[in-house]
Design a protein around this ligand. Sequence first.
Ligand code: URA
Length: 218
Amino acid sequence: MNARSATPAAKRPSRKGTQSADVLPKIRSLGALAEAEEECTRCPLYRFATQVVPGEGKSRARIMLVGEQPGDKEDIAGRPFVGPAGRLLDDAIVAAGLERKELFITNAVKHFKFEQRGKRRLHKKPNPYEIERCRIWLDIERLLVRPQIIVAMGATAIRSVTGRAMTIAKLRGRLHPLADGAQMIATIHPSYLLRIRQDPDWPAQQKLFVRDLKLARR
Ligand code: URA
């Protein structure tokens, strides 16, 4: 076996068709989906995380928000967006005239990926293989919830929602039709706003993020 064929990429499932076809008949509710996700060993991340973090929210939400992966706080709580990025997201949701309880909020990758530094667990970006292996769960969430609008927050979410690597800058500010009839809005990840909090550009970036959520509301 040469080095190229030994890479994880060589084992990736096809992006054609639905990855979820074999699993779906057994999963007819979000509760059943969460139970199946708990057993997930499709990539190595489950070995290190505290628990899986399933999506949560209204079961027939019109709008689905997709983030990257749970952070430290989410990994402990078992719920998406409950840490610092979640507080920022909550503020933006309110500023856009939306209500969190009316949305379905989830992540592209359902286990926390981190690097241990002493007592701290530092966020590590999921790689394309991990995103692809985890995509089955987002696909099933989409099939069950059937949102009209999917807000992909950050490059990882865009990749998981579309199956392609695309930049936010290219997609931002418009609705993008998806194969299942939903429409995607691409925006930044709220963690980006956390990182630039002291930056003079923060208010403008926050405003743009709220504008993207308002587009989802309309
Ligand atoms: N960042 C994410 O992408 N998701 C969370 O749930 C929390 C932080």
